[in-house]
Design a protein. Structure first.
Length: 113
């Protein structure tokens, strides 16, 4: 339901279906799935990833959102080639700077894209 009382249809792509499945999992199973995906994460190989992010143990920006305080300059993006993006059906990129998939989708919705 929208802010104006109208129900809006949301197409259920691979990402939405996967998120719904994750939400139905017990917390320990959900955390195990995130850990499994984090082993495939290519963030540490990205040109934008820096020493601060490494020292802060940041990664999986597609899941966790923007870099807390380390990344402020885009030097290239590997998100489209990341196996996590493919498995989760992610359609965005530059998660370390732009926010996770959920945030970017919500921002697009607000902008009317």
């Amino acid at each position: 339901m929208s802010l104006f009382g109208k129900q809006e249809a949301v197409s259920e792509d691979m990402y939405i279906k996967g998120q719904k499945q994750m939400m139905m999992m017990p917390k320990d199973q959900m955390m195990a799935k995130v850990m499994e995906l984090s082993k495939m994460c290519t963030c540490p190989s990205c040109p934008t990833y820096n020493e601060c992010a490494k020292n802060s143990l940041e990664s999986m920006y597609c899941n966790h959102g923007t870099s807390f305080h380390c990344i402020s300059e885009n030097k290239g993006c590997l998100c489209p080639t990341c196996p996590v993006a493919k498995i989760q059906g992610l359609t965005h990129q530059s998660f370390c700077m732009m926010g996770n998939e959920k945030t970017q989708r919500f921002n697009e919705m607000l902008k009317g894209k």
